[in-house]
Design a protein around this ligand. Structure first.
Ligand SMILES: *Cc1c(COP(=O)(O)O)cnc(C)c1O
Length: 462
């Protein structure tokens, strides 16, 4: 072992190896050094030849400084909470890159003075929701609700229907969130029926505001009754209390495929004092919370001391502005993709894979909106079906492809896959198949290279 010890290359010598220059630049010298030290241990233990040390270091180093992996979402769930909800548009990704450096987020380059933070994003939001006299952005919709509760109801009551006591996910419940503000909840009505008279009886001098929460992740049907925003706003106006509507999803205007999802424009037009919403989910931007509505009230929320604890980062502001001003984000593209176009892509992919002897078929499937939104809506879609046993190797491959196992097949729903990723998907399937159908991968990959150009719906009509 003394011999092996003598033969362990010195750390500074290894670190000077030109092959480690690029990893040191992208991952940091400390990470590379730690990998070198670990590899030296293995040389010392006789597990690695001294000459192979740098190769071992290179093999052990991660590809990127973040442990987050890019994932191809072939689940058919458009806003997949576990996969990071909304994927950003190329415009929003570019905006992130600009904002990542030193930037004029709060600075007027013309005058050299401090400027309104995030004015570009706020202007874009105000333009996107002309019915809102004021707009404010916080970290997420939960923060928006908390800020509104702190501003309007601390030490007072929030009047809320028993049918709208919503748990949003991971054990978090909106009523508990609201109570954390120091407001008391005044429950009205029942799980299935709440009337205008119920609200009216509960409103008094102790009322901070009336809240209407969109039950975005469940449906109550049968013998039900609720009160619409216009009627609540009328009541609020008469009794002098604000009405706040939590629409959840971030739809700023109605969407024809989602008739039951409330939107900000209609809630404000119906007379809501404030609307709260998410910036991701159906808006398709970065995680953010929107507070929209009557200017003075939004301004009070913005100036509340707790607002600072919910302030959004320059990255969020940049991505939100680009989402609002730029081309339709991927969530919108996925929602609006027509079934014929998806079928064309599925035909092409399955034909190329099957042509290489791979067990891949075209399958009709149904996509979901996800993200706790539009729970009843299913969208007709098309995908590629491969053996169910391939689900795990696809998920653990590089890049990981996450599909859905249904009726004995692993279904890769193309609605949630960007058309330019079809070749990525095909390569992933071919690699998994290669482990099972020897020799198929090379020929498949050459066939698949013809899929690399984005397939437009019209060019892939079947
Ligand atoms: C999703 C949702 C929330 C929470 O939004 P986040 O942006 O995740 O904080 C609140 N209310 C409703 C109705 C929702 O659907």
């Amino acid at each position: 072992m003394t011999d092996a010890r003598r033969r362990v290359p010195r750390t500074d010598v290894v670190l000077a190896d030109p092959r480690l220059a690029e990893p040191a630049r992208t991952l940091g010298r400390a990470a590379v050094k730690a990998a070198v030290v670990a590899a030296q241990e293995r040389v010392r233990a006789g597990q690695v030849e001294p000459e192979a040390l740098v190769d071992v270091v290179l093999a052990e180093l991660p590809a990127s400084a973040t442990s987050l992996r890019r994932v191809v979402n072939a689940t058919g769930v458009i806003v997949h909470t576990n996969l990071g909800r909304a994927p950003l548009s190329a415009a929003a990704r570019d905006a992130l890159d600009v904002a990542a450096g030193t930037t004029d987020v709060e600075y007027d380059l013309a005058t050299g003075a401090r400027a309104r933070r995030g004015r570009g994003a706020l202007d874009a939001l105000a333009r996107a929701v002309p019915d809102a006299g004021g707009v404010h952005v916080v970290n997420n919709n939960a923060a928006a609700l908390l800020l509104v509760a702190l501003t309007l109801a601390q030490g007072k009551e929030i009047v809320l229907s028993r049918g709208e006591f919503v748990e949003i996910g991971d054990g978090f419940r909106i009523p508990d969130l609201l109570a954390a503000s120091g407001a008391r909840l005044r429950e009205v009505g029942t799980t299935n029926r709440t009337t205008r008279a119920d609200y009216e009886a509960a409103i008094g001098p102790q009322t901070g505001f009336v809240l209407k929460i969109h039950p975005s992740n469940f449906v109550v049907s049968g013998f039900t009754a609720g009160v619409d925003v216009a009627s609540l706003a009328d009541l609020g106006e008469r009794l002098g209390v604000p009405v706040v509507v939590d629409i959840g999803s971030g739809l700023l205007a109605p969407h024809p495929l989602l008739p039951d999802e409330p939107d900000a424009a209609n809630a404000l037009r119906a007379g809501a004092t404030l609307v709260t919403a998410s910036g991701d989910k159906l808006l398709g931007g970065p995680q953010a919370g929107l507070v929209l509505g009557v200017r003075d009230v939004v301004e009070r929320a913005r100036r509340h001391p707790a607002a600072r604890a919910m302030r959004v980062d320059k990255l969020t502001l940049a991505a939100l502005e680009a989402t609002l001003r730029g081309p339709a984000p991927p969530v919108r593209a996925a929602l609006d993709a027509d079934a014929a176009g998806l079928r064309g892509r599925a035909d092409k992919l399955a034909a190329a894979l099957a042509g290489a002897g791979i067990d891949a078929t075209v399958v009709a499937c149904r996509s979901a909106v996800g993200g706790g939104g539009a729970p009843e809506v299913e969208l007709a879609s098309w995908g590629v079906g491969v053996p169910a046993a391939w689900a795990v190797p696809l998920r653990t491959g590089d890049p990981p492809v996450v599909g859905r196992v249904h009726e004995g097949r692993c279904v890769l729903d193309l609605r949630t896959v960007a058309a330019e990723d079809d070749s990525v998907l095909a390569d992933a399937v071919a690699r998994v198949a290669a482990g099972r159908v020897p020799g198929s991968v090379a020929s498949t990959l050459s066939t698949l290279s013809t899929l690399s150009t984005p397939a437009s719906p019209s060019s892939s009509r079947n």
